[in-house]
Design a protein around this ligand. Structure first.
Ligand code: S3P
Length: 448
């Protein structure tokens, strides 16, 4: 094993229908960004509903190491006193981001644009992930890569310039992390930094930069307006503000699919963020025939949120177009589980980015499906799952490869298969959904 804790195997067993209501934890993407913009602004930022998972706590520790005052006031309530653009100090030790790809990559953008030097490291999963995609644009903006592991991996050390160079950067893959790193470095550039993306990715950085006082212009381009051009005016005065974090749709996905596949279930999931760049899974499940009602739509923290009432449903196989991938990039493992219960074939197209997540998710999902007797095939970058509308056999043990979403997806599978499903290590669930176990147990799910 490659985290320091002993592995925590968990087993899910089918039981009675799931019933009840829950509020998933705060959105991980927004929680990281609140810490980072809190660090870069002048004055106090108060965050309500922060995800207190290991990934975000690593970003909080890094913000503190770079000079911010970070305090926990109560459950999900945090206070950050920032240092302002230009006020960062060299951290004393290594910035250890654990399993957190988003935290580390966004903070590379921060350090890469400011006159500080910092070393980034992480766990065995993070040490495998490609950082060249972040370093390439940063080098163009004036960042010096002092040292790096082979292929641009952590541990690596960055030294930022006195002022960043404003650039126009076309992202080579659809990635909100690349876009965000460039924009965060561009905060310290004298001029306009522009990011061009062929397909729109989650826009939390743009929205939050505006909330803190930066000027950001966004225009749509390309076929059917799928692309985005984002132009940030550098060297703004960022002022601390209040941030309310809505519930994470990527965490909501697990109880949601559980309620669909466990016969007789009815579950309400409250306060889920409905940002259209995050709701691809819900769109897909509704196409599959899922009974999901959006109730009490309202605004919270600058985002639309809704309560989702989910009832067990007969699902049918569908084709998921590649253009939808950015809006559901973290949801393919749990969609593959839903597809295993559907009648017919579900084809998920264009999943190449899944190979560079916390694990090679395409391989991890395929291995997990195989271990549980679920017919599937990988064709190039597509995953094809065949279901016959009945509960799969299950009975397998799934290797999670330090990947929280692989662990949660296959535990959900085991809530409805004919035989229990075991995951080899559930420890990483704490990175994004620390209350996953008690939450699922409170609904009636048998996971232990
Ligand atoms: C994230 C962007 C996505 C996503 C990750 C969170 C973010 O990664 O998979 O969980 O908060 O910006 P990529 O930008 O690599 O697609």
């Amino acid at each position: 094993m490659s985290h320091d804790l002993p592995p925590q195997p968990l087993t899910a067993t089918a039981g009675l229908a799931l019933q009840g209501a829950l509020r998933p934890p705060g959105d991980k993407s927004i929680s990281h960004r609140a810490m980072i913009l809190g660090l870069l602004s002048i004055g106090e930022t108060r965050v309500e509903g922060l995800l207190e998972g290991d990934d975000v706590l690593r970003t909080a520790a890094a913000a503190q190491a770079l000079g911010a005052t970070v305090e926990r006031l109560g459950e999900g309530q945090w206070r950050i006193v920032g240092v302002g653009l230009g006020g960062l100090s060299d951290p004393e030790g290594v910035l250890d981001f654990g399993n957190a790809g988003t935290g580390s990559r966004l903070m590379m953008g921060v350090v890469g644009g400011q006159p500080v030097t910092a070393t980034f490291d992480g766990d065995a999963s993070l040490r495998k992930r490609p950082m060249r995609r972040i370093l390439d644009p940063l080098v163009r903006m004036g960042t010096e890569v002092v040292s790096e592991e082979e292929g641009g991996r952590v541990p690596l050390t960055l030294r930022g310039p006195r002022e960043a160079i404003p650039v126009t950067y076309e992202t080579p893959v659809a990635s909100a992390q690349i876009k965000s790193a460039v924009l965060l470095a561009g905060l310290n550039a004298p001029g306009v930094t522009t990011v061009i993306e062929a397909a729109a990715t989650r826009d939390h950085t743009e929205r939050m930069l505006r909330l803190f006082g930066a000027h950001v212009e966004v225009t749509a381009h390309g076929p059917e307006g799928h692309g985005r051009t984002i132009a940030l005016t550098g060297q703004p005065t960022l002022r601390g503000t209040d941030v309310v974090v809505p519930a994470d749709p990527s965490s909501a996905a697990f109880p949601l699919v559980a309620a669909l596949i466990v016969p007789g279930s009815e579950v309400t999931i409250k306060g889920v963020m409905m940002n259209p760049l995050r709701t691809g899974l819900i769109t897909t499940l509704i196409e599959m025939g899922a009974d999901i009602e959006r109730l009490r739509e309202r605004e919270e923290g600058g985002e639309t949120v809704a309560d989702l009432r989910v009832r067990a449903s007969r699902l049918k196989g569908v084709d998921v177009p590649p253009e939808r991938a950015p809006a559901m990039i973290d949801e393919y493992p749990i969609l593959a589980v839903a597809a295993a219960f559907a009648d017919g074939t579900t084809r998920m197209n264009g999943l190449h980015e899944l190979r560079v997540k916390e694990s090679d998710r395409l391989a991890a999902v395929a291995d997990g499906l195989k271990a549980n007797g679920i017919a599937h095939v990988i064709e190039g970058d597509d995953l094809v799952v065949h279901g016959d509308g009945t509960a799969p056999k299950g009975g397998g043990t799934v290797a999670t490869h330090l990947d929280h979403r692989i662990a949660m997806a296959f535990l959900v599978l085991g809530l409805a298969t004919r035989e229990p499903v075991t995951v080899d290590d559930g420890a990483m669930i704490a990175t994004s959904f620390p209350s996953f176990l008690p939450t699922m147990q409170a609904l009636g799910g048998r996971i232990a």
